[in-house]
Write a protein that binds this ligand. Sequence first.
Ligand SMILES: *Cc1c(COP(=O)(O)O)cnc(C)c1O
Length: 242
Amino acid sequence: MLFYFGGHYTAMGRHSIQQGMVSVHRMMNGALDASGRPPGSVSLVAVTKTQPAEAIMEAVRYGQLHFGESYLQEALPKQEALKDHGDIIWHFIGPIQSNKTRQLAETFHWIHSLDRLKIAERLNDQRPSGMERLNVCIQVNISGETSKSGVKPSDVAALADQIEQLPQLRLRGLMAIPQAPDGVHAPQAAFRALRQLKEDLLPIPLDTLSMGMSLDFESAILEGATLIRVGSLIFGARQSAV
Ligand SMILES: *Cc1c(COP(=O)(O)O)cnc(C)c1O
């Protein structure tokens, strides 16, 4: 199903993006149906890291509006190339370096990977006042993996309270990237734990659970995901990492 040759984007590749989107939507609807949730209660963020601007344009043509990028330096030229598509909603899902916060605050609509107060304060200070508040999710290290990214579950409530004080940020919810426990099955328990953590944060009104990727988004939807982040199932295997 992969039609990317030497970095060139082929006619067959365009066709496969359409097919990828159709099958992801079919799977989304199936999972929503199976969990008794209304159609449209989960949004698809198409993850385009390592994919060219043409691939994004193609997906836009099929009605896709939310796009996720992991590296600022890679995202900026694509945003520039697509600036006539004013209704694209850009989601940043990668690790955040503090010297990149200004450009993140100026060019993205959502940040999923917020995991410390210092970064939140910088984004708040640097969000241009004429723009809508920046939507943010706290990234949680939900399954206690060795990976460094994400806040410990026990520290989420304190960080959420602090973010709530920042007027240019709008805290929307929680995000996690749990690994398959055995490399095969979906991390169902971790998805469930993230949902529980969000419910425990009441009365802070959060409407977003950002969880689920190509291999496990159906399970994430069954556990309550409202945003899924899907790349390779739509665009094919990633080209070499940037
Ligand atoms: C790359 C990435 C995705 C998409 O991964 P696929 O397996 O290609 O669907 C989702 N979330 C994050 C944070 C990513 O870095």
